[in-house]
Design a protein around this ligand. Structure first.
Ligand SMILES: Nc1ncnc2c1ncn2[C@@H]1O[C@H](COP(=O)(O)OP(=O)(O)OP(=O)(O)O)[C@@H](O)[C@H]1O
Ligand SMILES: [Mg+2]
Length: 317
C-alpha cells in the first residue's frame, strides 16, 4: 500500500522533564505532512526543537522525554511501538544521520562489522559473501573511492567526510524510503560539505528518497528543499515553498533571510535578530516571537496565534 503522505505528524508535543515539576516544552502543536519523494527542510535557531523533531520520528528520545500525538511513517504508527518492534522498524522505514558521525560510529568495530551488522539484522537468510557484497556496494553508492580500505578500517582511520558517507551507507542499508538528516554537514569542512550535500541530492534522485533535511542554514535549505518548515521556540511558524526572502510570510522567516551571511557583504554587515529566544519552560499566552518581531502589534502580546494556512502570525507579510 502506498501512502500519499509518507510522513504524517499530527498534534505532536514533546516535553523534557528536568525536575520534579519542571518541563522544557521542546515541541508544541507540530503538524507536518510530507509527500513521497519530497525534500523538506526544517530550519530555525539553536534550541528551537529541530533535533527533538528528528528523533521523535523514530522514537529515539531520551528517558526524560514525554511524547504526545501521532507520528506515521509509511502508515506505521511509530509512537505506539515498543523497543523490540522499534529496532525492526528503524532503518527499514527511515534512516537517520547526524551532525557528528564519529559519535554514532562504534570506535572498536570496523566499518565492515558495523555495516554488515545492520544488513544482517534485516536479512537473516543471506550468507556472508552476499552481505559483504551489499556492504561494498553501499560504500560505492556513497561515493567512497577507496572502498576496500575503508571497508576494513576503524572509524578513527577515516576523514570526517568518509565517516559521514559510511553513516549514510548504514542509514540506507535496509533501503528505507525516508532519510532524515540532522545537520549532516555542520561539522565538516566547506568543500566536503558541498560533496555530502550533492551526494544526498543524487541519492534522493536515484533511490527516490523522501528527504527531511534539518539545518540552520537557510541557503542550504533553499538550495535543496521543495518546501521549508521554519521553527521557532518549539513551534512551526511557517511551512511553505520558499525560495527567497520575497516569499517569506512570517516576520521571523523574513528576519532569518536577512541574517544569512551574504558573500558579497563585508564581515560585520550582518544584522543579527535582536533579543533572545523565550524560556521553553513557560507556555506563553502570546506569540513566542513577540519581543523580537519588528512587525508586532498589541494583539501579538495578548493572544497566541494558531497556524493558519502556512503561517502562524496575526499579521503575515
Ligand atoms: N534530554 C533533554 N533534557 C532536557 N532538555 C532538553 C533535552 N534535549 C534537548 N533539550 C532542550 O529542548 C530544546 C530543544 O532542543 P533541540 O536539541 O531539539 O534543539 P535544536 O533545534 O536541535 O538545537 P541545535 O540547533 O542546537 O541542534 C532546547 O531548549 C534543549 O535545551
Ligand atoms: Mg539539533
Amino acid at each position: 500500500m502506498i501512502y500519499e503522505n509518507i510522513i504524517d505528524i499530527k498534534d505532536l508535543y514533546v516535553s523534557y522533564k528536568i525536575s520534579k515539576n519542571e518541563y522544557v516544552h521542546a515541541l508544541k502543536d507540530i503538524n507536518i505532512k510530507v509527500k513521497k519523494g519530497e525534500c523538506v527542510a526544517i530550519v530555525g535557531e539553536s534550541g528551537c526543537g529541530k533535533s527533538t523533531l528528528a528523533n521523535s520520528l523514530l522514537k529515539l528520545l531520551p528517558e526524560n522525554a514525554e511524547i504526545k500525538g501521532n507520528v506515521q511513517i509509511n502508515g506505521i504508527n511509530i509512537l505506539d511501538k515498543f523497543n523490540d518492534e522499534l529496532s525492526e522498524i528503524r532503518g527499514k522505514v527511515a534512516g537517520i544521520i547526524f551532525q557528528e558521525p564519529a559519535a554514532y560510529l562504534n570506535p572498536v568495530f570496523t566499518v565492515k562489522e558495523q555495516i554488515e551488522e545492520t544488513i544482517l539484522a534485516h536479512n537473516k537468510n543471506l550468507d556472508r559473501k552476499q552481505i559483504e557484497n551489499i556492504g561494498l556496494f553501499l560504500l560505492k553508492e556513497t561515493g567512497i573511492e577507496d572502498i576496500k580500505r575503508v571497508y576494513n578500517s576503524y572509524p578513527h582511520q577515516l576523514s570526517g567526510g568518509q565517516q559521514q558517507r559510511v553513516m549514510i551507507a548504514i542509514a540506507l542499508s535496509c533501503n528505507p524510503p525516508v532519510l532524515i538528516a540532522d545537520e549532516p554537514t555542520t561539522a565538516l569542512d566547506v568543500t566536503v560539505q558541498l560533496q555530502i550535500i550533492n551526494l544526498l541530492r543524487n541519492l534522493k534522485k536515484t533511490r527516490n528518497l523522501t528527504l527531511l533535511l534539518i539545518t540552520h542554514d537557510l541557503n542550504l535549505a533553499t538550495y535543496m528543499a521543495d518546501r521549508i518548515i521554519v521553527m521557532y521556540a518549539g513551534e512551526i511558524v511557517e511551512d511553505a515553498k520558499i525560495k527567497s526572502i520575497k516569499e517569506s510570510h512570517h516576520p521571523y522567516t523574513y528576519q532569518l533571510f536577512k541574517v544569512i551571511p551574504d558573500i558579497n557583504k563585508k564581515k560585520g554587515d550582518f544584522i543579527l535578530i535582536k533579543g533572545e529566544v523565550p524560556d521553553l519552560r513557560i507556555m506563553l499566552n502570546r506569540c513566542y516571537f513577540y519581543e523580537r518581531c519588528f512587525k508586532a502589534k498589541k494583539r501579538c502580546g495578548l493572544q497566541h496565534p494558531e497556524m493558519k494556512k502556512s503561517v502562524r502570525c496575526f499579521f503575515p507579510m
